[in-house]
Design a protein around this ligand. Structure first.
Ligand code: ZN
Length: 339
């Protein structure tokens, strides 16, 4: 009961990449960088095991950014001529690569970290991939002409990599779709179809993570504009409940998401965000257990997995580690309260 996991990313050590940044520069190059990525991956696995997490990840130590880490292995994308573009419905601007031709994978994307992690842990292993809609929202399209076609093209590539990751021994494949909270009409129109295409044929556990973004200032400002009740999930959960995706990861700690919206996720495992990644305040086990207790009004105990609200990539490492401990201790407390 209450298996614990994280959304996916963890802060990178200072010797791997610039700390505290969403798009950090690597600290090494070539073979030295590859070795540093491997070392960091083993390190964060050990730290998750020591904290007592039940489902561990590679911490996304090998990718500069959760979307661009995948795109770097795709042919048809021009990374040499990035352009400034408003993303997430113009919430903030980012330097994004351009889609300039038909898309195909140049090579495997996450084989190194998946096989390395598999060799170093007996715990359940989760690897994340960006979802098709979120990728489409983080590139400048100069070739496909419409977002649905581009999403389906990316979904094909994601499916190839997802099947290969499953063969590498990955237990959970999670697609990150923060864009789902921004474009509800498109989610219902083609977003979930593209997501299911990306997950087609997988027999391992599949998950989708839908959040209100990392704790960066643009997101904090956006959240302030959303009012007292954040009802974005209400528009997409009914369709998601009918999809083939098995788990849904959502934001709950310190958020204005009405808890009852989780009851829309009929028959899904719900990864309930009980750790706020936009605050450096360390949750107490009691706070974590309280959120779990409230969620239990709407999610059966056997389908509730305590999780972080979102990735921890831009956070301070020490704070992130203390939050992992709080997550595990809070879940243990919830087990004694509700077991
Ligand atoms: Zn997130």
């Amino acid at each position: 009961m209450f298996e614990t996991t994280i959304a996916g990313s963890l802060p990178k050590p200072f010797w791997l990449a610039e700390p505290g940044k969403l798009w950090p520069q690597w600290k090494a190059q070539g073979a030295e960088l590859e070795a540093a990525k491997r070392d960091a991956t083993v390190l964060v696995l050990k730290e998750q095991e020591d904290a007592g997490l039940d489902i561990v990840t590679d911490g996304e130590q090998s990718r500069q950014h959760f979307v661009h880490g995948f795109l770097e292995a795709v042919v048809g994308i021009d990374f040499d001529h990035k352009v400034k573009m408003g993303i997430r419905n113009n919430r903030y601007e980012a330097m994004v690569p351009q889609v300039t031709g038909a898309l195909r994978l140049r090579s495997r994307v996450h084989r190194m970290e998946a096989t390395l992690a598999r060799a170093h842990t007996k715990k359940k292993l989760k690897i994340t991939l960006p979802g098709p809609m979120t990728i489409v929202d983080t590139v400048a399209d100069r070739y496909y002409g419409d977002r649905r076609s581009l999403a389906m093209a990316f979904a094909d590539l994601l499916n190839d990599e997802a099947r290969a990751l499953q063969a590498d021994g990955v237990d959970v494949l999670q697609f990150d779709e923060p864009a789902f909270n921004v474009y509800p009409d498109e989610v219902n129109d083609w977003g979930i179809a593209a997501l299911e295409r990306a997950a087609e044929g997988l027999s391992c556990t599949t998950a989708v993570h839908i959040c209100y973004g990392y704790g960066i200032q643009a997101n904090l400002d956006w959240k302030k504009s959303l009012g007292d009740e954040w009802r974005q999930y209400e528009q997409i959960f009914p369709a998601l409940a009918k999809s083939s995706i098995k788990q849904v990861s959502l934001e709950c700690a310190n958020s204005h998401v009405p808890m009852e919206l989780m009851s829309l996720l009929v028959n899904k495992d719900v990864l309930v965000g009980v750790i706020d990644v936009a605050s450096d305040a360390i949750e107490t086990p009691e706070q974590v257990a309280d959120v779990i207790g409230k969620a239990l009004d709407f999610v059966p105990r056997q389908r509730l997995l305590p999780c972080t609200n979102c990735g921890m990539a831009p956070m301070n490492r020490e704070i992130a580690l203390r939050k992992l401990n709080a997550l595990v201790q809070g879940a243990a407390l919830a087990r004694t309260r509700h077991g």
